[in-house]
Design a protein around this ligand. Structure first.
Ligand SMILES: *[C@@H]1O[C@H](CO)[C@@H](O)[C@H](O)[C@H]1NC(C)=O
Ligand SMILES: *[C@@H]1O[C@H](CO)[C@@H](O)[C@H](O)[C@H]1NC(C)=O
Ligand SMILES: *[C@@H]1O[C@H](CO)[C@@H](O)[C@H](O)[C@H]1NC(C)=O
Ligand SMILES: *[C@@H]1O[C@H](CO)[C@@H](O)[C@H](O)[C@H]1NC(C)=O
Length: 657
């Protein structure tokens, strides 16, 4: 033993400024009622934080904040689709450099719990599974379907090669790896599959690495989710003492020895487009539950989320009734923009009050600077149809419409077009995902909706004549992240006009960022209709975080300097602003806005985008159809002088009363 300590001593001395010890040869295991780190009882208070929702330039900033709260660990998923966007092409660079993220966490004295899936969920596109898996039509994801296992095997070889040097035993900070995610909630209950996943991970990292599962505290979840030889943990939100007691009592029935663990204590909650009210647990319940779990059960636990981040690009996932908003703020202790919220301060104070906590909080971090860049003029750069004619990503001709997957278009928007040989009144499509914006010869007719809080619309009056062109712009809102159905996107059945099948389709993917504009000519009367693209430029002498205010806009997609910063849907809410990190800005910046429903932000024959220095959320009473309507009336349109005249006429009448 002496020689072993002597050998490790220099490493411990090197890190003597740190409360934690990292060094090759460290061990982590499950004891009778504790985790054991190098043979000594160990527990963690961890924070959920997703590197894939934070630009890598901000990783250190966010990790410092987590450390300063007094947490000693982080927990995160590794979404497969973020690293293997095309089959066999792996990416672990830049914003995808997990190794660097873990090293920064280690530099900030944080251990890590890594949830390697392969399914990871987390309100992320397709629950983290690559879209291209669906090209195998009837594949059964998350089962022992050999076609699925072959792909997981290839992914694990790539992923675990990157994680191996960062495991605790190899000198890194990774304590344990999680198998699957809430698998017990999935209908298959396929133990052959979960045992295969367990062995696939162990084959790459060695059987001495502790694996764990996370399941909801229900009998069925735990019996289907628990895997032989894998340590079971549970997840539950802030709750009463008696609910926590029964959750942990059930938990105990599924393992003989080891500590109590809650892998997801929710200090906040996710938000969907069109959600009518805030779901945000009270601070008292969050702190009360933390304290009870910690003191009564000696438990280790993780806050899901401690910092949520942003669903940039098209990475947001969806649920059967709606999709998640672009922000993943989650009402977490650290806000989307890295702000220190009242929840953060309260959790930090609670940790500070724990007498035997070995990892006390550091100085309270400051909020980052935010700048309101103000109003930026936008020029009309063309119509969504122009994208198809000029700058198309990918086009295909077919008899019947093709799905996104058949076209090899992962995300975003596809424009379908057909020339009508016969006219007709009523357009109907039985199966499509998710929203279809319908045009006849350039005239917007309305939108078809697959599902939005129970509302659906599968047919529409179009009154088309022979020789006209029917255009269907289909929006993919993100694949289902929780139920893991094979969630195909696009037009998925035949299209009918008055009962006649329409055939002969051309379909093109759209990339609004590639618009050639700005075009000089402003067709003012068209601007409040949907399908327009706007381009503007602005200077940023200081590069600070800012928020694009989308109030007055309908629904669409925004790009800053070529980066897709996400979807906005002010008509649905509650999110009204889009977070733009300062690290995305340059001296001169280009903004592109694709508006699908219509805008009221062109009051004086000029359109504008407004940048403010705070986020805005507005919850409204549920109304499932309104979010798809164009702006009620072009009220701020003061181009037509007679409208103002009529208004002043009524004002004069009113003044007589
Ligand atoms: C928690 O730890 C204390 C001190 O070691 C011990 O007395 C107590 O029994 C533990 N409680 C549980 C639920 O394990
Ligand atoms: C930091 O930001 C949060 C959330 O926006 C706010 O509540 C808090 O007051 C800010 N802190 C300071 C010191 O300004
Ligand atoms: C529709 O007709 C136009 C003009 O003839 C042609 O350019 C276009 O390719 C046709 N579209 C389809 C889908 O056939
Ligand atoms: C489309 O192409 C024409 C001709 O090249 C060009 O004048 C126009 O600006 C382009 N429009 C867009 C929206 O890219």
């Amino acid at each position: 033993m002496m020689t072993l300590y002597a050998a490790l001593l220099p490493l411990f001395l090197l890190s003597s400024c740190s409360a934690l010890h990292f060094g090759p040869g460290s061990t982590f295991s499950i004891g009778d009622s504790d985790f054991l780190l190098n043979g000594k009882p160990f527990r963690y208070i961890s924070g959920g934080v997703h590197y894939f929702r934070i630009p890598s330039a901000l990783w250190n900033d966010r990790l410092q904040r987590i450390r300063a709260a007094g947490l000693n660990a982080i927990q995160f998923y590794t979404p497969w689709n973020f690293h293997e966007e095309r089959p066999g092409e792996f990416n672990f660079k830049g914003d995808r450099d997990i190794g660097r993220f873990l090293e920064l966490a280690r530099d900030n004295e944080l251990y890590a719990l890594v949830r390697v899936g392969p399914y990871t969920g987390g309100e992320w596109e397709n629950g983290g599974l690559p879209w291209w898996i669906l090209k195998e039509k009837d594949i059964k994801m998350r089962t022992h379907d050999p076609r699925f296992l072959r792909l997981v095997d290839r992914w694990y070889k790539a992923l675990l090669e990157h994680l191996r040097p960062l495991l605790l035993k190899n000198g890194g900070n990774v304590l344990m790896l999680q198998v699957e995610n809430e698998y017990g909630e999935y209908w298959t209950c396929d133990h052959e599959y979960t045992e295969w996943v367990r062995d696939a991970i162990w084959n790459q990292v060695g059987k001495d690495v502790v694996l764990y599962t996370t399941d909801q505290p229900y009998e069925k979840s735990l019996s289907c989710g628990t895997v032989a030889g894998v340590f079971p943990t549970i997840d539950f939100g802030p709750a009463s003492h008696s609910d926590i007691d029964s959750a942990f009592a059930l938990h105990r029935r599924f393992y003989q020895r080891g500590p109590y663990v809650n892998s997801e204590l929710y200090p906040g909650w996710m938000v969907k487009w069109g959600q009518s009210e805030e779901r945000n647990p009270s601070l008292d319940l969050v702190i009360g539950s933390s304290n009870y779990i910690y003191s009564r059960y000696n438990a280790s636990f993780n806050y899901y989320m401690f910092h949520g981040g942003t669903n940039f690009e098209f990475w947001v996932g969806s649920q059967p009734d709606s999709s998640e908003i672009t922000s993943y703020d989650y009402y977490a202790p650290i806000s989307e923009a890295g702000d220190i919220t009242f929840k953060y301060t309260a959790i930090r104070n609670w940790i500070k009050s724990i007498p035997d906590w070995s990892h006390p909080p550091l100085a309270l971090p400051k909020n980052n600077t935010k700048v309101a860049y103000g109003s930026v003029q936008l020029n009309h750069a063309g119509h969504i149809f122009d994208l198809r004619r000029n700058v198309t990503e990918k086009c295909a001709m077919s008899v019947d419409p093709l799905s996104f997957e058949e076209m090899d278009v992962p995300f975003g928007y596809v424009l379908y077009e057909t020339n009508l040989t016969a006219g007709g009144k009523k357009l109907s499509i039985a199966d499509f995902k998710d929203y279809v914006y319908v045009y006849v010869d350039g005239d917007y007719k309305g939108v078809l909706v697959d599902g939005f809080y129970g509302y659906q619309r599968r047919s529409l009056e179009v009154n088309a004549r022979p020789g006209q062109t029917l255009i269907l712009v289909v929006e993919n809102r993100g694949r289902i992240s929780y139920d893991t159905i094979n969630d195909y996107k696009g037009i998925l059945s035949k299209v009918f006009l008055d009962g006649q099948v329409l055939s002969g389709w051309k379909q093109c993917s759209l990339n609004p960022e590639k618009v050639n504009g700005p075009m000089a000519e402003l067709k003012f009367s068209d601007l409040w209709k949907g399908g327009n693209i706007f381009v503007g430029t602005f200077d940023a002498p200081i590069k600070a975080d800012t928020f694009l205010d989308t109030r007055g806009w309908g629904k669409g997609q925004v790009y800053i300097n070529g980066r897709n910063i996400g979807r906005y849907w002010a008509k649905a809410g509650p999110q009204k602003t889009l977070y733009i990190p300062g690290c995305f800005l340059k001296d001169k910046n280009r903004i592109v806005v694709m508006e699908l429903l219509g805008t009221r932000m062109c009051p004086d024959s000029k359109c504008f985008a407004n940048f403010i220095d705070y986020p805005v959320y507005e919850y409204a009473a549920p109304d499932s159809t309104k979010p798809f309507d164009p702006p009620a009336s072009p009220k701020v349109h003061i181009k037509y002088a007679y409208k103002i005249d009529i208004l002043s006429f009524w004002e004069i009448i009113a003044s007589f009363k």
